[in-house]
Design a protein around this ligand. Sequence first.
Ligand SMILES: [Zn+2]
Length: 211
Amino acid sequence: MTSYEKLLSKNKDWADQQTKDDPEFFSRLASIQKPEFLWIGCSDSRVPADKITGTQPGEIFVHRNIANMVVHTDVNLLSVLDYAVNHLKVNHVIVCGHYGCGGVKASMTNHDFKYVLNMWLRHIKDVHTIHREELAAIDDEEKKFDRLVELNVKEQVMHLAKTSIIQRAWKNDNRPQLHGWVYGLKDGIINPVFEMEAGTQLDPLFEYDDL
Ligand SMILES: [Zn+2]
């Protein structure tokens, strides 16, 4: 059996087991999706949203990209956000980064990763620039790396708050709450590092006054 055939075979086992455990499982999920959470995570294969949070299919709406970035011109991310907030009406948006993130690490080097990757990593370098003083004061390279991972998550949560999608939902519906979390590859524990309640005051430059 090839590696991908193994996936298909494992899928059959899983579907059988689910049906055995809960005969209504698939018919229930097929008719409705009502997740309470939107998860914006890293594409890293070691950070699966449902496994590390003990959630089931149907509970988390997921978007993943390299280093869990919220880029304000990313139509993919914004479409997911719009759909999750305005149609699924999620109450919580979680940006979950992880210590040891290869994307963040790459952004700390001066290596040319060529074309598209350079472009993507630039967004993390921008975060680095904002917090240059704090990061420069950390001598230990590992600690500096960990801190940049945390600061990156915080900045991405703030990027969410700067969108009209979030600001309109805050104004009209007093939701969603925004969360910045960092997952530890070494111990499997999620460290909550930042939070924004609905209606949090932002830098006025980014606040829409005619929503
Ligand atoms: Zn990562």
